[in-house]
Design a protein around this ligand. Structure first.
Ligand SMILES: *Cc1c(COP(=O)(O)O)cnc(C)c1O
Length: 468
């Protein structure tokens, strides 16, 4: 399996390189040179199989020669065995043709564990093989950081640096990052937004001298291996709710367009998906792009669903590449224009191609609060605000007639990660699972930095020097 860059100016890369580098050297994103394909029989065979087995089978489509099927099965067994639910990604029925897919049973209570735990093992294996050491940098809107730290804290060959926007993540989210006692972890609170953190990471990667000096690698949602690992639960969910292989739609709370792009990949490689619905909060650039063609970032508005407080959705470039017929030259011109003008327009043809697979809805804060409460009253169970954003979208799109048949809504975080929002809406405080009950008794370790790439560079160099 070879990978190409969406911008067309990077050499072909194998899975190991794609795993270790994240971003392609021409600034583009890696995608498979050709889509692998599963048959309807392959997919039907996933029904009733353990999650880890399906995961190994699907991820093997993307790893090429880098890992054997037996190695992947070992890794998947170890990774998903740590989840606190036997089904790993259990479904709850919430309506005649509606389900919620619970993706928060991993060690840091958000869906990011599915990919990140897997990546941690892949990194350690590949780096041990090569006798190399890597500095992993991640920008986080709240959940990626904790997932990366938990996944990498015991890796012998990796240092981890996580940038989070100061004051814009919940206390539980922050403590899940800063209360981890591990010598290879550095947390930096940046005086800015998530988009600022993401821009700093991009600039660090653009500095080739710095990249090779500290052996910089990335695990942000642009990392192809994360997308690959996230395709798995689309298959297991569809297998569980669509006995005869009929089409299923998915509603996905979306920020960086990573999770929903994994759904698109599942469709590309053979899964019968009717529609993929993007659910955004007030930071609705994707909804605006899909409905009016205007991909124009506004300021980031803090909301009750902070992991989606994002304007520039990095993975959207991968979808554009597909709907532009994989024309890397045309895409490069478009992305250069976006960098220059700070905005871009989608053509009518591009919008039409997108709407063949996607729908979108922007949920307001009032709707989110009402849904948190409605869901609790109706079912007695609490959901988190990101899930509420998506449930509002699912119900509204069904009512509009845009969605019909079986619909699975992705539940991306445990409600206890967002206790204030849940309490505000329902009057009930969600309890942290047992493994996290001492979170507020542990000491926090982090540094603060200005919203400035040089300041971050100095902080990383200083911490590496200290260890040397
Ligand atoms: C990261 C995150 C999202 C958004 O996922 P993307 O892949 O960035 O679209 C949604 N919900 C939660 C809880 C998250 O942590």
């Amino acid at each position: 399996m070879n990978y190409i860059s969406t911008r067309g100016q990077a050499p072909l890369a194998g899975f190991e390189e794609v795993l270790l580098t994240g971003l392609a050297p021409d600034g583009g994103l890696y995608v498979p040179e050709a889509w692998p394909a599963l048959t309807a029989d392959d997919i039907a065979d996933f029904r009733n199989r353990p999650y880890a087995e399906v995961a190994a089978r699907i991820i093997a489509l993307f790893t090429g020669e880098a890992f054997s099927q037996a190695q992947l099965l070992d890794i998947a067994g170890a990774v998903y065995g740590r989840f606190d639910h036997a089904d790993v990604a259990p479904l709850t029925k919430v309506g005649a043709e509606d389900w919620i897919l619970e993706l928060y049973h991993g060690p840091t209570l958000a869906f990011k564990d599915f990919a990140m735990q897997f990546l941690g093992r892949l990194f350690d294996e590949v780096l041990a093989r090569r006798g190399e050491r890597l500095t992993i940098i991640a920008a986080t809107s709240g959940d990626t950081g904790a997932a990366a730290i938990d996944a990498l804290k015991s890796c012998a060959h990796v240092d981890v640096v996580v940038l989070h926007p100061e004051g814009r993540v919940t206390d539980v989210q922050r403590r899940m990052m800063t209360c981890v006692d591990a010598a290879n972890v550095q947390n930096i609170a940046v005086a800015g937004s998530f988009d600022d953190c993401q821009a700093i990471v991009k600039e660090l990667f653009a500095d080739r001298a710095f990249v090779s000096q500290v052996r910089l690698g990335g695990v942000n949602s642009i990392n192809w291996a994360r997308i690959a690992a996230q395709t798995v639960y689309y298959f297991t969910a569809a297998a569980a709710v669509a006995e005869t292989g009929e089409g299923v739609s998915f509603v996905v709370p979306t920020g960086n367009f990573g999770d929903i792009f994994a759904g698109y990949v599942a469709k590309k490689i053979g899964l019968n998906i009717n529609r993929l619905a993007v659910a955004t909060n007030a930071n609705d650039i994707l909804h605006r792009a899909m409905t009016s063609g205007d991909y124009a970032p506004a300021g980031v508005a803090p909301t009750l669903s902070p992991s989606m407080d994002i304007q520039v959705a990095s993975n959207f470039e991968r979808l554009l590449f597909e709907v532009m017929g994989r024309d890397a030259d045309a895409l490069r011109v478009k992305m250069d224009g976006f960098k220059r003008d700070g905005a871009m327009r989608l053509s009518a043809g591009e919008r039409e191609a997108i709407s063949a697979d996607f729908l979108s809805y922007a949920t307001s804060e009032d709707e989110t609060i009402a849904e948190l409460n409605r869901h609790f009253e109706a079912t007695g169970a609490l959901i988190d605000p990101h899930t509420a954003v998506a449930r509002v979208a699912a119900q509204a799109l069904r009512q509009q007639g845009a969605l019909s048949g079986k619909v699975v809504t992705l539940s991306t975080a445990h409600p206890a990660k967002f206790p204030d929002a849940v309490m505000q809406a329902t009057g009930t405080t969600p309890k942290l699972p047992l493994a996290h009950r001492d979170l507020f008794d542990r000491p926090e370790v982090m540094t603060n930095a200005a919203n400035n790439t040089d300041a971050i560079k100095q902080a990383i160099l200083a911490s590496i020097e200290q260890k040397a």
